[in-house]
Design a protein around this ligand. Structure first.
Ligand SMILES: [Zn+2]
Length: 305
């Protein structure tokens, strides 16, 4: 069954997007940074921000991602009121946060909550790379941790879409602490039998890759997403070796077993919905046979799909 759901994405491979810029520019028309074709912006938006000509996946902001996956009017946001302070008195940090808040309409670099995907309840977190490069400060870590804890309490799965430049330098060690905090929350959730799906989108780097982004029962990625820990130049200087051209792409990591599957954006809702359905079916059949046990049914082993 799983083989079948993934086979749909096989014909949709694209060329690596070295020259890819950030978001699709504002205005009536837009140019694909990969193939240089010019389109009506609405045409690309209708296509889930995938270039109709070359299949390049443009970056998607947090709320567009939510609208693309969740059933209409079912998403409820959690912890919107959590705001960053400036614990290390880093110069101009709060001003930069404020600028990004105004520009993006977000309070922080992650939106968390719960909603229905094809009628199935799931907890959700989505990072937005346009807010402080999606970097992970205390508030980002706290919101993700709370979302995982809520998923555990409500006995529902947890899905996260990552997009991050890594730890947030203005918060120093407090930012790095979020790696262990989120990882412990995932471990507790997993021990209780919770299902976690991680989808790495362009770019997912640094401490985010090295913690929750890689800890799902399923670890997926979008085509040609940049995924890595340290930058290419640093690794080349340290190891004194020339790295392959496709190093740190989703395709390279898939080939070497670090991620389970590359999912085209057009298939994303279908794949997530199918996995949630399988999980729910297991849960229902287990509830019938042993109602006293936890509502979760672990589906460990998903990594081998
Ligand atoms: Zn294109």
């Amino acid at each position: 069954m799983l083989k079948r759901i993934f086979s749909r994405s096989q014909n949709n491979t694209t060329v690596p997007d070295k020259k890819a810029k950030k978001d699709v520019p504002e205005g009536l028309m837009t140019k694909c940074p990969q193939c240089q074709h010019i389109y009506y912006r609405k045409e690309v938006e209708k296509n889930l921000l995938v270039c109709p000509n070359c299949d390049h996946h443009h970056q998607m902001n947090a709320w567009t991602r939510i609208w693309s996956l969740f059933d209409e009017d079912t998403f409820i946001e959690w912890d919107k009121q959590l705001l960053s302070t400036n614990p290390l008195q880093f110069p101009a940090y709060l001003e930069k946060i404020e600028q990004d808040q105004k520009r993006t309409g977000l309070h922080e670099a992650v939106v968390t909550g719960k909603g229905l995907i094809d009628g199935q309840a799931t907890a959700f977190a989505v990072m937005d790379a346009s807010f402080r490069m999606g970097s992970m400060g205390s508030v980002v870590g706290e919101k993700i941790t709370r979302a995982i804890e809520n998923a555990r309490k409500e006995a529902i799965p947890f899905i996260i879409f990552t997009a991050s430049g890594g730890a947030r330098m203005q918060e120093g060690v407090l930012s790095l602490m979020q790696m262990s905090k989120t990882s412990i929350a995932i471990e507790r959730f997993s021990t209780a039998g919770g299902l976690m799906i991680s989808v790495m989108t362009h770019p997912t780097t640094g401490g985010v890759t090295a913690s929750f982004a890689s800890l799902g029962d399923y670890n997926f990625a979008e085509p040609h997403a940049l995924i890595g820990f340290a930058g290419r130049r640093i690794i080349e200087q340290t190891t004194r070796e020339k790295l392959p051209d496709d190093f740190q792409t989703a395709e390279f990591l898939y080939k070497h077993g670090q991620i389970d599957q590359i999912i085209h954006r057009h298939n994303m809702k279908y794949v997530l919905s199918t996995i949630l359905k399988m999980h729910n079916q297991n849960q229902t059949s287990k509830d019938k046979t042993s109602p006293s046990e936890t509502a979760f049914v672990s589906i460990k082993g998903g990594r081998s799909v």
